[in-house]
Ligand binder design. Structure first.
Ligand code: ATP
Length: 260
């Protein structure tokens, strides 16, 4: 029997990372199954961003093993990781401000195109057909995240919440194995958070897999299938939200630092 929930998408183990005298991560590992929303939480300075950056190729770890959809990958460069199948968004939105929403999504799609640079320069027939297909797919993705009507708007003119949706559409455009969202709810108002939650739910229901760093513990607990809690670079708890919430080390870590 093929149980989708048993299919491992990301398996990282034994990750350590030191910055000078500071052990930012010590032997951290997570396993994410297809269709899961996996949350990464922890007090300020716990190592969440470092962990995220290691997985997505921004930082080189001192130790660790990495497997994506059953294949080992080397997180040595961001574009290699994107090609391997991890798409990410950033805490501080990184869109092409002067490009339209549609163009921003098309950029995401280009890492999967075949014509390449020469085709683009020569504007070959193959290139033009491919462009049209990419534009169509980009429009579908904008519709999917709920901002289809803004396709021709410059990214910078969109509301904050819509820019975050656009980033997610761009990430989806790469057909990733895993979508890594870095604090997607940061700076959102209550209505935008509800909409974000609905969108993430929808993405999960389409059997996609999401890793999420988020400060909004309520959002994480309400949304995630599994959660890892980091504190001072160590993984102090892993489990479903109910288990993690009851964990004494977790309660202590949050109360001890004033929580969030
Ligand atoms: N590039 C770096 N150079 C030196 N130290 C770093 C670097 N990046 C992170 N650190 C340190 O590593 C530790 C973990 O930081 P990290 O940003 O991963 O935590 P975090 O859990 O994401 O925190 P926050 O919730 O505040 O974003 C901190 O003590 C931080 O100062």
């Amino acid at each position: 029997m093929t149980e989708k929930s048993n299919e491992v998408v990301l398996k990282v183990a034994g990750i350590s990372k030191r910055f000078g005298g500071l052990q930012a991560l010590s032997d951290v590992g997570i396993t994410i199954q297809r269709g899961q929303v996996y949350g990464l939480i922890g007090p300020n300075g716990a190592g969440k961003t470092t962990f995220f950056n290691v997985i997505t190729g921004l930082y080189t770890p001192d130790a660790g093993t990495f497997e994506l959809a059953g294949k080992p990958y080397e997180p040595t460069a961001v574009h290699e990781v994107a090609k391997a199948g991890i798409a990410r968004t950033f805490q501080n939105i990184r869109l092409f401000a002067e490009m339209t929403a549609l163009e921003n999504v098309m950029v995401g799609r280009h890492i999967r195109t075949k014509s390449g640079l020469l085709g683009a320069v020569l504007r070959t027939k193959g290139f033009k057909e491919e462009e049209a297909a990419i534009a169509k797919r980009a429009q579908e993705l904008l519709d999917y995240v709920g901002i289809g009507k803004f396709a021709d708007y410059k990214a910078r003119t969109l509301s904050y919440g819509d820019q975050r949706r656009l980033e997610i559409a761009r990430a989806l455009a790469t057909d990733p194995q895993l979508i890594a969202l870095d604090e997607p709810a940061a700076g959102m108002n209550a209505t935008e958070k509800v909409q974000l939650r609905e969108l993430i739910d929808r993405i999960r229901n389409d059997n996609r897999t999401i890793l999420l760093i988020e400060h909004d513990v309520k959002l994480v607990m309400g949304l995630c299938d599994r959660v890892t809690v980091l504190d001072y670079g160590k993984q102090i708890a892993e489990g479903n939200p109910a288990e993690v919430q009851k964990n004494e080390k977790v309660i202590e870590a949050y109360l001890g630092t004033g929580g969030h």
